[in-house]
Design a protein around this ligand. Sequence first.
Ligand code: WT7
Length: 652
Amino acid sequence: MGEERSIETILEEQRHFDPPQDFSEGSHLKSTDEYEKLYKHSLENPEEFWAEMAEELHWFRRWDNTLNSDNAPFYKWYENGKTNITYNCIDRHLENSNRNKAAIVWEGEPGDQRVMTYWDLYREVNKLANALKKLGIKKGDRVAVYLPMVPELVISVHALARLGAIHSVIFAGFSAESIRDRVLDCNAKMVITADGAWRRGNVLPLKNIVDEAIADCECVSDVIIVRRSDSTAFPCHVKEGRDHWYHRIVDGESITCPPEEMDSEDILFLLYTSGTTGKPKGIIHTTGGYMVYTYLTSKYVFDLKPEDVFWCTADVGWITGHSYLVYGPLANAATCLMYEGSPDWPDRSRMWAIIEKYGVSIFYTAPTLIRTFMRWGKKWPQKYDLSRLRLLGTVGEPINPEAWVWYYKHVGQGNCPIVDTWWQTETGGIMITPLPGITYTKPGSATRPFFGVDACILNDDGKETDSGYLAIRKPWPGILRGIYGDPERFKETYWSKWDGHYFPGDGAKKDRDGYFWILGRVDDVVNVSGHRIGTAELESVFVEHEDVAEAAVVGVGHKIKGQGLIAFVSTVEGVDFGPSLEKELVEMVAGKIGKFALPEKIIFTADMPKTRSGKIMRRLLRDLAEGNTMGNISTLADPEGLYKLKAKYEEA
Ligand code: WT7
């Protein structure tokens, strides 16, 4: 594996970067001693530690047990505690000088701007919550949110959480069919969308996509439309009785709406993510534990200070946007920057222009974007004053040391620590990460576990090793509570590999300093530009085509995207595999999943490598696509065919 080789090199190199002294002096955690003490306490007395941390937030009723493991792995945190996350993210800040502080500083792709203070956010959230109530939305109802990165996205999510309704945000790059699957899986009553979304100067007709998606979804009784694009290029059809303009329903609504007193274990949201089967999983996060975990990780990992402007570039359609835009930073009364559009619109300096203009001090983005910036060249950031930046972060995939160092030099100008944060949709928040004031970092390593996180590396037999599978030994408050409607899959996927340990699905190594190096997925999940794509999901799209007999999709290293997808497809007998079939398959993937899931290459072959019992040997396809020497081929039915395929692949 190429990735592994470069990590070996770095391990030998032992490059490391100390936090700048003035950063450490001003940070929440100042010394390694202080950290060691707190970390030890968090592992030795987790319940005490997590109770102390939860006390920093507001509860309508205090919990009885901090952790109840009776029904593990269905853990309960802060049992019988009552709270509301929107109260902690908004109302709590109205009682002091944060009332008039900017909560969201937003820039639209066309260049329009909006600043919302905590008090503004309070009013907008409550008005919408009251309007939703009139439409019959109540605690426990599921509502899908399919919006571009506009302030109404944050407002909608908070308004739903205020009422105790369960939000399921769907990334606006997903196709109609993906929306339909997600809406039906949880029986959503409502969809909140926009007429259109700006993307590189064009408008995507979001509402039309929703219309197509929910045409046969009887569960959906209402659709709310945010007016964003006013495009004349396509008509936005408003269906009488079902569809409502956002600005009309909030108009004149009361600005007070008491928050629902949620049980700590009431569901806060669902977020669908890919797994190893064709069906996306609705990851369940509940109220109290998720709130405490995102609050605390935001505070320590990003070292949030009152004067910071925090910019997490992730879309709210993914977990990063939930935990580190909508919830965690707001629980800390931070000022968050939110940008609607593309990083190269109108030109490649957009991100740096935004950092300069708003004085962004903390910038959290993905390795794929850093590699893109790198390819565009340092002349773009160099034109701007980035001197307010004091901390940088990355998330989503392993970062290659070259990109790390480029980020450090050309964005951070050698003055900013970098936090490489490992976590997942399922973990709710950051799990392995440097703490910027105290951790010396090594490019490519997410360093050490966060407070309360007992991470280790195990082999198949559950024995501890230095190189194997990442595992987490203890539950933490942000952990997923299940897969919606499928408790068996939850147990099987995450808790069956070893007894009582959480299995994230990543390979990892630990070096002599106890630093973790995440090596990537060990299952059939591919990480394309930080987006998780299950190969089985793609394969099932291909085989839906009547001319396709079989398909196998594998991930390979990609310079910018981290990983790319290669599809091997065999056709039914007597069918030619010409360019028209390829075009149809591409359209099917775009239509059924979304354009971000398109493969780099589709290779048609009659020589799919199989075992004698007829199973496709994806491992060999991966070796072939990566250009590695072939692994064990002794179980292969037709070795000759594999060599033919190899020659063909190299030609393509
Ligand atoms: C998978 C989770 C967490 C938000 C974004 C992705 C990979 C994530 C890192 C990192 C190496 C990373 C893992 C993980 N990953 N962060 N810092 N270093 N790998 O969320 O879609 O749930 O994907 O992303 O493979 O399992 P996700």
